[in-house]
Design a protein around this ligand. Structure first.
Ligand code: T1G
Length: 701
């Protein structure tokens, strides 16, 4: 992104129409150069021979927003709200021609124009909420005037773009055309001039009043869809100002509220994630123009919950999928899961009947490995038995064509050992999806010691094609996400046996911002999963025995979690609503006594620090070992795969916000007061604190 690209805006008069073309690849973001170019062009047009103005963009999209890379730095004039006011105040007709995605400040520029024409393939939106912000260049004032308050709130609260046709229905776009946007726009301007069309300024339109419950209902929804976030509530204040105040005062109110957010920690965290997600897709040391392998036909081994979800992810992205199971009964069961998932997607409005049917038709079942002979990629998604996985890879090695990529969906196992079961370890790697695989965005791409660069590059690019967020991990037990989950759960369980309750542990972590408390997550995953994994490990590798006394006692009492109707909590068989169970409290207290633990009150602050700092400590080890490429990669893993609150930026960003010295101080305190073996500081943490450096500085050095 060239923020000082002096050719960012071109202005020429074509057949009497002043055509302003923005050209700032890749997304025509409103950099300082673009804002200045727009301002100069609009000013020149007021006195030149042009009869009207057209604002259009070169490249793949209309302006996609303010230049996010400029946030956090001193803003340079012209400021966007002022520029848009100047466009709107033009004495000559101004029309915006929209293609691609007109987003954020880009759409606000279009709203400052008197009329808007769009390609039918175009989309418009105000996604600022995803950056911890809301539209800060008049959007909160103009959209309610054009589309009404309820539609304005929904557009800004969801952050999701709408189609040009939908935008036209809302009154946000005036003309929708099939193709040849520029010619249609020039013709549209001629039509408007012939008709003597008024200079329709959105700021001069009245706002249709609404009663308070519109705002109250929206606010109530935020506690679910954006819990802990400040921006949605501030957006409502700005929209309320649009209803109650004259435009100029409403605009001033918007600016004040927006500026507060822009300089706040939540916007900083979410901006960090925006760039971290894109940076995670880049593999250090990999040639950017590496020839990738062609992937068209995909095979999935295993039709369980994961295999079915993975099959859907590919089918939904247009790939032909062959789902293999060991026998027809298992296969039909697997395809039944897929059918039910598609029915659910239609019911929730995520897919139309036709879309679901088209996707489902791309998935065919088989019990014959021979049907995978022409697959370009095969993903094994059977249960976590290393020997079974190796046998499957041996079979794939014998059946699949040369050049096929063989991937394992394992959550923990050694990808190198699985690859070594084949004669083609260079074609092997891990593709770790997260349940439910057709919904969760995170994809951990696990690079084996012998994985070929082109295989890695192909799968990283494939992750984006199936609308996942790919993050590369090296090989270790649990890769990035699950490895950090170990200490996190350990501390949650130790807080429990040392004096907390399932509810107080979950409440502390839920209120802090995680999507679900760790005790509830354990019940959801199934307590028997951890139990079996521990049984498979030698005692000395199982970790602190006090961290699994209680879950093991629950499994041995037949309490497996949600799947058995009771675990740490009791679950209503119909609603799955959880309730505290005195029987569990008795088990906790019994196990504490057996362990010789004198239970004590444990505060929410201690629960948060112990769980989150244990997670950070492990994350720093992972970075130091090169398992993760950069701290932002770890943040992306946790926000997209583990329900970590985006407005806290991820574990590494949070560590920087808290201060590494504070993290180290608390870890040393815990080492002195709790189980010392659990709290040895990561060497990298001690190093960075001693040198006064941030994790990011170290990572980029
Ligand atoms: N600013 C700066 N860089 C941006 C950018 C932006 N707004 N949008 C994209 N990029 C970079 C991105 O980092 C990547 O860089 C490259 O462009 C391609 O992006 C005042 C305050 C437009 C849907 O939130 O949603 O306006 O990695 O990989 O998948 O009210 O980019 O190549 O070096 O995502 O085709 C509001 C954010 C801003 C839109 C295209 N706008 N962008 O997706 O490509 S705040 C947004 C997107 C604002 C006003 C407020 C997507 C896209 P690199 P990409 P893509």
């Amino acid at each position: 992104m060239d923020t000082d690209n002096e050719n960012a805006v071109n202005y020429e008069i074509v057949d009497g129409i002043g055509v302003i073309t923005v050209n700032n690849p890749p997304v025509n973001a409103l950099s300082h150069a673009v804002r200045g170019g727009l301002q100069r062009a609009v000013a020149a047009a007021q006195t030149d021979a042009s009869k009207a103005l057209l604002i259009v963009c070169a490249g793949r999209t209309f302006i996609a927003g303010a230049d996010i890379s400029e946030f956090g730095k001193p803003m340079q004039e012209p400021f966007l709200p002022q520029l848009i006011n100047e466009i709107e105040a033009s004495g000559k007709l101004v029309v915006a021609a929209i293609h691609g995605t007109a987003l954020g400040g880009g759409f606000e520029v279009a709203l400052g124009c008197h009329y808007r024409i769009a390609l039918e393939t175009a989309r418009v939106g105000l996604p600022e909420i995803k950056l911890g912000l809301f539209p800060g260049a008049g959007g909160t004032q103009r959209v309610p005037r054009l589309a009404g308050v309820p539609a304005a709130i929904e557009l800004m609260a969801s952050g999701s773009p709408v189609s040009a046709v939908r935008a036209a229905e809302l009154g946000l776009v005036d003309r929708v055309v099939a193709d040849d946007l520029r010619a249609c726009a020039l013709a549209y301007i001629a039509e408007l001039l012939d008709a003597g069309a008024e200079l329709r300024r959105a700021s001069e339109l009245p706002v249709e009043p609404v009663n308070d419950e519109v705002f109250e209902q929206a606010a109530a929804q935020f506690d679910k869809r954006a819990r802990g976030q400040v921006a949605p509530h501030k957006m409502l204040e700005a929209v309320r100002a649009a209803v109650e105040l004259p435009f100029v005062e409403g605009l001033a109110k918007e600016r004040t509220l927006f500026t507060e957010l822009l300089t706040g920690s939540q916007a900083k965290a979410m901006r960090h994630l925006f760039f971290a997600e894109r940076e995670a897709a880049r593999i250090k040391g990999l040639a950017p123009d590496l020839q990738q392998r062609t992937i068209e036909r995909v095979g999935i081994i295993g039709g369980g919950t994961m295999g079915g979800g993975i099959a859907m992810s590919f089918a939904n992205a247009g790939f032909d999928v062959t789902l293999l199971e060991i026998n027809d009964e298992a296969l039909q069961r697997g395809l039944g899961i897929v059918d039910r998932n598609y029915a659910g997607s239609v019911k929730r409005g995520k897919l139309s009947e036709e879309e679901a049917s088209a996707c489902r038709d791309r998935i065919r079942g088989t019990t014959d490995y021979g049907d995978l002979a022409d697959a370009d990629l095969v993903i094994e998604a059977v249960f976590e038995d290393p020997e079974l996985k190796k046998n499957i890879f041996r079979q794939l090695d014998a059946v699949c064509k040369q050049g096929a990529i063989l991937a394992t969906n394992t959550s923990y196992q050694d990808v190198n050992a699985i690859a070594a079961a084949t004669n083609r370890p260079a074609d092997c790697l891990g593709m770790h999806f997260f349940s439910p695989a057709h919904i969760m965005k995170l994809l951990e791409v696990v690079r084996g010691d012998r994985t070929a660069d082109d295989v890695l590059a192909t799968v990283m690019a494939l992750g984006k094609k199936i609308r996942k967020v790919p993050v590369m991990s090296g090989v270790c037990y649990g890769f990035i996400g699950n490895r950090m989950l170990g200490p996190y759960f350990r501390e949650a369980q130790l807080c429990l046996i040392e004096g907390a309750t399932p509810e107080s542990v979950d409440a502390a972590i839920y209120d802090w911002g995680m999507a679900m408390g760790p005790i509830s997550v354990s019940d959801l995953a199934g307590l028997d999963v951890g139990y079996k994994a521990r049984q498979a490990l030698p005692a000395e590798q199982r970790g602190d025995a006090n961290a699994y006394r209680v879950p093991d006692a629950l499994v041995e009492a037949g309490r497996l979690g949600q799947k058995s109707g009771q675990g740490f909590y009791r679950y209503d068989p119909d609603t799955r609503q959880k309730t505290a169970d005195p029987e569990v409290q008795a088990i906790i207290e019994r196990e504490a006594a057996v362990a010789g633990i004198e239970r004590r009150a444990i505060s929410a602050a201690e629960i948060v620090d112990r769980t989150m700092f244990a997670m950070i400590n492990e994350g720093l080890r992972i970075l130091d070992e090169g398992i993760a490429q950069r701290p932002g990669d770890i943040d992306v893993v946790y926000v997209y795969g583990y329900g970590y609150p985006a407005w806290r930026g991820g574990p590494m960003h949070y560590a920087e916000e808290v201060g590494l010295d504070r993290v180290l101080e608390r870890i040393l305190e815990f080492g002195q007061t709790l189980a010392v073996d659990n709290w040895s500081p990561a060497p990298l943490l001690e190093k960075l604190v001693a040198e006064g450096r941030t994790i990011k500085e170290w990572s980029e050095s």
